[in-house]
Write a protein that binds this ligand. Structure first.
Ligand SMILES: [Zn+2]
Ligand SMILES: [Zn+2]
Length: 236
């Protein structure tokens, strides 16, 4: 996507977000929360765990639907999303017309959603559904790569600064268990203990239970032992 379009959308959503306090109403607020949940879950489930790390498989129609919702986060198309680039799955995505289509049209889908929101609830819906929601999600996404390397606990020997941060675990639907993620990048599950809330994992687990998610990858006991910081943990 052209850099100028991306910059314009970035600026436009931030301006909209600034209007948040002036156009507040409760239906706009709850709409933004619902859209946040859908788009954040799509980034974590689709862009990150499904497309970048290939930690599970989905039928094409479902894979494409989640990827579509991810595009509505205004974080680019799966082809240019940082983790996908890092894991060289990009070539694979580029071969599919659908991902090329999303790549070249990605701002259009958010503009269309903006128009729909405006038609449905005027400026409050637009400001909260497009402005506040996308800017908040962007901040949360950045926080994973900044705050989760500064604050939180290290439970695995990863040889880096990655940490588990419970607050981002909650807000980013499981992505805050970042030390776990660095230790087992291929794992579809990032909150590895029962109390490490990982909403994205619960969705994947549900999809697996009804037969839609397959080849779901999890850390092996041997791998856990190798990554353990202290002996106590391996005894658990
Ligand atoms: Zn990753
Ligand atoms: Zn990291």
């Amino acid at each position: 996507m052209e850099a100028s379009t991306t910059k314009f959308l970035f600026l436009a959503t931030h301006c909209l977000a600034l209007l948040g306090p002036f156009y507040f109403n409760w239906s706009a607020f709850w709409l933004a929360v619902a859209l946040y949940f859908v788009t954040c879950a799509s980034i974590t489930l689709s862009f990150h765990r499904n497309l970048a790390h290939r930690s599970f498989k989905l039928p094409r129609w479902l894979e494409y639907s989640f990827a579509y919702c991810g595009v509505l986060s205004l974080q680019g198309s799966p082809i240019e999303w940082p983790d996908a680039l890092e894991f060289k799955n990009v070539g694979d995505l580029k071969k599919q017309w659908y991902y090329r289509f999303l790549h070249y049209t990605y701002p259009c889908h958010s503009v269309a959603l903006g128009i729909l929101l405006y038609a449905g609830g005027g400026l409050p819906f637009l400001v909260w559904g497009m402005g506040v929601r996308t800017v908040f999600l962007l901040q949360i996404t950045f926080s994973i790569n900044s705050i989760c390397h500064i604050w939180g606990k290290q439970v695995w020997n990863t040889g880096d600064l990655s940490r588990n941060n419970w607050l981002l675990g909650l807000l980013a639907l499981g992505e805050g268990w970042h030390n776990n993620h660095h230790a087992f990048e291929y794992s579809a599950r990032q909150g590895l203990e029962w109390w490490e809330i990982d909403t994205t994992w619960y969705i994947i687990r549900f999809l697996e239970a009804i037969g839609l998610a397959t080849d779901v990858k999890l850390p092996t006991e041997a791998h856990k032992k190798r990554k353990a910081l202290c002996k106590n943990r391996t005894m658990e």
